[in-house]
Design a protein around this ligand. Structure first.
Ligand code: NDP
Length: 249
């Protein structure tokens, strides 16, 4: 195996590929030889990222819009790898969570993943491809004041395992469960909920993970690359924490 983890000639679609973990994954995949489709709702950022990557293009699409997802897939002829990465967060225990916020989180994190996966399925089946869902440690353990977020990420793990059982010979599907990763997602959380105590809370986030630091988007992207590549041919239906030991503590 002289050149492991190569994706030469493969076509990958990454939802939310213009930021954070999705962006790092787009960079890792193109470096490994794949052509990448960045699916995003943020035109400027998506074009900026695609502009830096040789073999990439942008499809603007809100993954919660069924008609828009169907339209987006009309423009895709082949697909080998799908990374369901787009997602949003929310802070609050059950009493602090409004029905509207709960539904909004499920619309993006779960319904969006369902719509994109269903639309991609004929192409992924045809290529015997690999689906990689981005879940979270929050789907595996209870995280304080993340009622809706934990519920959505638990659903992501469940739908991953279910798909692996229905289609074991057609494609592979696995779920990555990151701990806290240093992305705009976390910065946005600090800005919104802890504007005046960012450093203190950032320190708490680090200490929550036994290795004592936040993860880097590139570290999650490396696991996505493994799951996309032939080297992971025996991996199916797995939910893999990558969390500096958080879920082990
Ligand atoms: P970012 O906020 O940096 O990226 C999320 C991406 O999803 C953005 O590009 C965003 O677009 C996109 N997105 C959101 N809603 C939609 C939508 N309706 N349609 C299309 N795209 C959409 O976050 P991260 O990179 O940190 O997170 C990526 C994934 O990783 C998420 O699923 C998150 O839950 C998960 N995760 C993150 C962790 C962390 O600590 N960072 C930990 C565990 C899991 P836009 O920029 O336009 O809003």
């Amino acid at each position: 195996m002289t050149h492991p983890f190569r994706l030469d000639g493969r076509i990958a679609l990454i939802t939310g590929g213009s930021s954070g973990i999705g962006e790092a994954t787009a960079r890792a995949f193109t470096r490994a030889g794949a052509a990448v489709i960045i699916m995003s709702i943020e035109p400027a950022r998506a074009q900026a990222v695609a502009g830096e990557l040789a073999n990439s293009r942008v499809i603007l699409c809100d993954i919660t819009d069924e008609a828009a997802v169907a339209e987006a897939f009309r423009g895709i002829g082949r697909l080998d790898i799908l990374v369901n990465n787009a997602g949003i967060g929310l802070v609050g225990n059950v009493e602090e969570t409004s029905l509207g916020d709960f539904q909004r989180l499920f619309r993006v994190n779960v319904e969006g993943m369902f719509l994109v996966t269903r639309a991609a399925l004929p192409l992924i089946k045809a290529s015997h491809g690999s689906i990689i869902n981005i879940g979270s440690v929050a789907g595996m353990i209870g995280v304080r004041r993340r009622f809706a977020y934990c519920a959505t990420k638990g659903a992501v793990i469940a739908l991953t395992k279910q798909l692996a059982v229905d289609y074991p010979a057609e494609f592979r599907v696995n779920c990555i469960c990151p701990g806290t990763i240093d992305t705009p997602f976390v910065e946005g959380f600090l800005e919104k909920y802890h504007k005046h105590e960012k450093d203190k809370v950032r320190q708490e986030l680090k200490q929550r993970q036994p290795v004592g630091r936040l993860g880097r988007p590139e570290e999650v992207a490396a696991l996505a690359l493994y799951l996309a590549s032939e080297e992971s041919a025996f991996m199916n239906g797995a939910a893999l924490p990558i969390d500096g030991g958080w879920s082990a503590a």
